[in-house]
Write a new protein. Sequence first.
Length: 371
Amino acid sequence: MKRLKLGMVGGGQGAFIGGVHRIAARLDNRWDLVAGALSSDPVRAQASADDLGLARSYTSYEDMAKAEAARDDGIDAVSIVTPNHMHAGPAIAFLNAGIHVICDKPLAATQDQADDIAHAVENARAKGTHFILTHNYTGYPLIRQARAMVARGDLGQIRVIQAEYAQDWLAQAPDPDNKQAAWRTDPARAGGGAIGDIGTHALNLASFVTGQRPAALAADLHSFVGGRMVDDNAHILLRMDGGARAMLWASQVAVGSENGLRLRIYGDKGGLEWGQENPNQMTFTRFGQPKQILTRGGAGTGPDWTRIPPGHPEGYLEGFATLYADAADLIAGTGDGALLPGIEAAMDGMWFIAACQASSAKDGVFISRGQ
Ligand SMILES: NC(=O)C1=CN([C@@H]2O[C@H](COP(=O)(O)OP(=O)(O)OC[C@H]3O[C@@H](n4cnc5c(N)ncnc54)[C@H](OP(=O)(O)O)[C@@H]3O)[C@@H](O)[C@H]2O)C=CC1
Ligand SMILES: O=C1CO[C@H](CO)[C@@H](O)[C@@H]1O
């Protein structure tokens, strides 16, 4: 299997998710990280590259895109792991340079930035250049199992979706030095609060598993922490385009919750329940029959997206790595990337953020797609 060359924008000293992407890219031996513009600060960018033993370090993503595109041994793809307002610049620069883009979520901080990215993705697609958004929870084997079960009708017609993502790390005003909190609570750099940061994951998971996209929503957004300029708690009703009704709760003030992403789906024949803090098990009930516990890679499941036998736990990092493995297959032409979130999922997330804000500003009225 040919190894691909990866670059990274963001993910330098003090950063969170860049390190996760690096682990995920290494897990299946499909990628070598060879270049980066790891910080907005030139000194920190170089120091971060030195920490990683990275041969090619750049002080700006613009220089990196130009230089890498001009090299015979330039990167195949770039991972963008900067705060939300800093996705559009690099995504467009690399797509325009013919380099595949793997970008973290949400797509952008504003609809204008998102539209600009979507335009660049459209142009790039014609040249065979791909765009992938790391809604990484889609890489969990049992989430892919759930999607396959819904598609083959095991649950019947989907009626009800309950999706939630609850955390507590922003339950009080954060330390001003908290790098991750600083931009997430700034509307200009984040776009939305809990709805953008974690609500988009819950929405994406609901759509990924059921195949239904949001058609209309009504939202009640709130900031409980004094002085906070973005929502930290959101209750949302959704009407899905396949007829299902959904409720979505996203909270960063739910004390005792860590990364409580849960998905429950009910059809006219059966129901599924899964939570990411125990991702190796999922319950499935056929109406009128005893509840079953499905295990990752265990009896009655498949096709198999796991790396080790059932009973040995896999988790967040392996799920993330599956997106990198699928991206490698897509780029190398050995896979179709059908399960990878792309620009459509990314734009659904942007619609969701804007519609939640518009609805909540009007005291929770329903906002429809296209309105
Ligand atoms: N899929 C998932 O599970 C997760 C996704 N995310 C998403 O990933 C993104 C990053 O989040 P997180 O890691 O928590 O954020 P951090 O603040 O921890 O890291 C952001 C990084 O981007 C760098 N950066 C900022 N501007 C530039 C620039 N112009 N050029 C190069 N580097 C730059 C920062 O460096 P410096 O400050 O030195 O400039 C820092 O290294 C967000 O979009 C977030 O929503 C985050 C967590 C989990
Ligand atoms: O996407 C995300 C999922 O996990 C994080 C916490 O670990 C979030 O806050 C983040 O932005």
